[in-house]
Design a protein around this ligand. Structure first.
Ligand SMILES: O=P(O)(O)OC[C@H]1O[C@H](O[C@H]2O[C@H](CO)[C@@H](O)[C@H](O)[C@H]2O)[C@H](O)[C@@H](O)[C@@H]1O
Length: 384
């Protein structure tokens, strides 16, 4: 990657912001409170506080419950096979749930009615959305047919992938140059070079593999050495827990326990908590059978959507309809952003009922593919 700009840290780019020099954090990226919402700006705030009692939390059943419930797809499979419970109950529950989150395919006409005379902007999560959940994260490849569907969609609409994985890894899996990528839950965005964007000042000009001008936005760049260090410590501390996999996602670290016996989950949680005791500027979140360690920054997939809309020149237009498709808790931040002011639509990918800020649902990645095809056909029909 050839960096052309002299800005080495977009985080430190705005001298007008009071707490950035003290924290080394752009004040737009405020620390999180314990419940995950942003603190209001506090001029004398120095270091964001760590969540208290992480180990107490770990020992309490709520932590384990969260770990157990972190992969609804697997829960459903286990429940059905172990209890012999008829799938009718879960089918009924799913149907009832769909009254609140209608299928984006079945409701396509209604959904797309709002897109008439509007430009659709498409945001896609990767794991569980474009590729099915598999046991080994390194094997979560995307099918050729899904790749073709995403490519066709990206030819019709500005499209970005927003993933928890590192940007390099997700762009390698997707393998398309027609779209934009945001890795590390939006903390590593390679977006369009947009001279009019106010966020331009926070970006590094760069060029992509096709020698196209792009903007690189990495609000957590100062955390890189810390994340590397934590990654190594986590590998070391979990090395004897069979099945654990620690993944370096550049600005965050994933500790996978999908392949770990349930009786060892507490040890994993305790080990991660033990390491984090030494890093008050890092926090822990849950994903699907994964614990994720990330910087204490008010930056998430929702902020990444706003950032990309801004740099695409689409943020203040009434004639834009952003659509975000995702399956995980981290995608809820993006759903919320679109829900606010009825700006666009979140579509939750889930085969089991769960509460969400999304407006519509799709059952699994194969339905995501079908939906993308519907969008492309619609776009082509309106261009006739
Ligand atoms: O934001 P995403 O693109 O959905 O990434 C979230 C995490 O996805 C990956 O883990 C999940 O998928 C794996 C492969 O199917 C599965 O084995 C794992 O249990 C899931 O949690 C990825 O490996 C993580 O780094 C991402 O943070």
């Amino acid at each position: 990657m050839d960096l052309k700009s002299s800005h080495t840290s977009p985080v430190l780019a705005d001298p007008a912001l009071i707490n950035e020099s003290m924290l080394g954090i752009h004040s737009g990226l405020l620390p999180y409170s314990h419940n995950g919402t942003a603190f209001s700006p506090a001029p004398f705030l120095t270091i964001p506080r760590r969540k208290p009692g992480i180990l107490d939390d770990v020992r309490s059943s709520s932590w384990l419950d969260a770990m157990k419930s972190s992969s609804p797809t697997h829960n459903k499979v286990n429940k059905d096979s172990s209890t012999g419970q008829s799938s009718n109950d879960s089918d009924n529950a799913y149907r009832t749930w769909m009254l609140k989150y209608p299928s984006a395919i079945a409701s396509f006409e209604q959904l797309i009615n709002c897109a008439k005379h509007k430009r659709v902007a498409l945001f896609l999560d990767y794991d569980g959305t474009l590729s099915p959940i598999v046991d080994n994260p390194d094997h979560a490849v995307m099918s050729c047919s899904m790749r073709a569907a995403v490519r066709n969609a990206a030819k019709c609409f500005p499209t970005a992938i927003i993933s928890g994985r590192s940007r390099d890894k997700v762009s390698e899996f997707v393998g398309l140059t027609e779209l934009y990528y945001a890795g590390s839950h939006g903390m590593d965005i390679m977006g369009p070079a947009q001279p009019n964007s106010k966020d331009q000042t926070k970006c590094n000009m760069s060029i992509d593999k096709q020698c196209k001008d792009v903007n690189l936005f990495q609000p957590a760049s100062e955390f890189l050495p810390m994340i590397d260090e934590v990654f190594r410590s986590l590998v070391e501390i979990t090395k004897d827990i069979v099945g654990t996999k620690v993944e370096n996602n550049k600005f965050c670290v994933s500790v996978h326990y999908r392949n770990v016996e349930e009786k060892s989950w507490t040890i994993i949680a305790e080990s991660v908590g033990e390491i984090l005791k030494h890093y008050p500027r890092l926090r822990l979140t849950h994903g699907r059978k994964v614990l994720e360690v990330r910087p204490v920054l008010n930056w998430d997939k929702g902020k990444a959507v706003e950032f990309l809309l801004e740099s695409l020149g689409l943020s203040h237009c009434d004639n834009v309809l952003p659509i975000y498709i995702g399956d995980d808790r981290t995608d809820e931040d993006a759903f919320k952003v679109l829900k606010k002011g009825s700006r666009g639509y979140g579509i939750l990918v889930s085969s089991v009922p769960k509460e969400s800020n999304a407006s519509y649902s799709l059952r699994d990645p194969s339905e995501v593919m079908e939906f993308l095809k519907c969008l492309v056909s619609w776009k082509k029909s309106t261009a006739l």
